[in-house]
Design a binder for this molecule. Structure first.
Ligand code: ADP
Ligand code: MG
Length: 363
């Protein structure tokens, strides 16, 4: 033992291995490294090779919700989709406008009377809805419900309201009046009501993807009637191609975003819910300032990090129109948009312009 080793031994440390000892350890270390390498390579190649695509569709939130998911087997895929749809249904029951037992219905029934205690999820969506109302200077406004009622968009008993009726209901439409605390929400005027139809679907898609991610899923896409949220690329690492419906021609695409590996793509279109009276088409996205359907665009697609953001913004931009809408998109980081005017002209935000395929251009 050298003097140095002796000092170390006195201090309670092991002496350093001699040259001979190191020589005998080296093959063992190399052997272990090779074994570890082989095991890791086997595990990763096995999981990538055996993950297969599964697809499920259910009717939820008034629309068809499709899940595409990569899993190692059908049992695993079925368990994931059951947990997912259960969670989405639970959230729908909290946020539904028409279910009398929902948090939202309880808030609306107590308008002008008292604050209502609701679940944290409901508070979260309402707070976010109010944020997007303020970002869009009231173009997005969840208090638009009394106007939607007048037009019959809630019950399906469509009609064109009188201007006086719209003016009267308009007094109840102002997101700045909503009092949303940490656990309670209060609508201070009788007759006020909240409608989360422009944001809830996106929120529920995000929550669904978060649940899948927590349970170990790494490759999935949820399409809730045009609200698309993406969790990772496909199992082979390739991106999802997301097509955007042509607003007039059924079955045709107006654009394709071919590189989605995460985030969301959400489209709001005037063709989703509408009625025709005396040859005029009236649709379900209302301009809260006028009470009439917004008319300067026919479709707005937003690409954003979350489906909730994309959902609220697609509705907001639809109301704001091309100029103000594009200005808002350009001011938000990570957000891009494709707008279609009534003349079918495409307006694409700067970050997306060279990254989108336009099938019509090749014809
Ligand atoms: P979709 O539900 O067809 O995907 P949107 O996300 O654009 O379309 O949401 C439209 C829904 O948003 C309407 O059905 C209504 O519930 C609600 N809504 C309508 N106008 C507004 C508005 N100005 N601000 C907020 N929500 C709105
Ligand atoms: Mg929306």
């Amino acid at each position: 033992m050298s003097r140095f080793d002796r000092r170390k031994a006195e201090a309670g440390e092991e002496p350093a291995p001699t040259r001979e000892k190191r020589g005998t350890l080296a093959p063992l270390i190399i052997f272990i490294a090779i074994v570890v390498f082989i095991v890791v390579a086997l595990v990763t190649s096995r999981s990538a090779a055996t993950e297969r695509p599964f697809s499920y569709t259910e009717l939820l939130m008034d629309t068809e919700v499709n899940l595409q998911i990569f899993c190692r087997g059908s049992g695993e895929a079925r368990r994931a989709k059951e947990a997912l749809f259960d969670e989405m249904k639970r959230l729908e029951r909290l946020l539904s406008y028409s279910d009398p037992k929902s948090d939202l219905a309880r808030i609306n029934r107590a308008a002008g009377e008292r604050p209502v205690e609701v679940s944290p999820e409901t508070v979260e969506v309402i707070q976010k809805a109010l944020d997007y109302s303020s970002i869009s200077e009231g173009a997005f406004d969840p208090t638009v419900a009394p106007l939607l009622e007048l037009w019959g968009f809630r019950e399906g008993d469509y009609r064109v309201p009188d201007p006086d009726e719209l003016e009267e209901a308009g007094v109840l439409v102002d997101y700045r009046l909503v009092e949303a605390g940490t656990a309670e929400v209060y609508l201070p005027r009788p007759g006020m009501a909240l409608d989360l139809g422009g944001i809830a679907k996106g929120y529920i898609v995000d929550r669904g993807l978060a649940l899948l991610s927590q349970s170990g899923v790494r490759h999935a896409l949820i399409n809730a009637g045009g609200d698309i949220g993406i969790l990772g690329p496909k199992a082979d690492g390739s991106p999802w191609r997301v097509g955007i419906k042509h607003p007039c021609t059924d079955g045709e695409l107006i654009a394709v975003i071919p590189w989605m590996k995460r985030g969301a793509v959400v489209t709001s279109g005037d063709y989703e819910r509408f009625f025709v009276e005396d040859g005029v088409r009236y649709h379900h996205i209302l301009d809260p300032r006028t009470g009439y359907p917004a008319s300067s665009l026919v479709s707005v697609t937003v690409v954003a990090p979350t489906a909730m953001e994309a959902d609220a913004l697609s509705t907001a931009l639809f109301v704001m129109g091309p100029q103000r809408g594009l200005a808002l998109v350009e001011s938000l980081s990570g957000v891009e948009a494709i707008m279609v005017t009534p003349q079918l002209e495409l307006l694409i935000s700067s970050g997306l312009r060279d990254l989108v395929e336009l099938p019509g251009e090749n014809k």
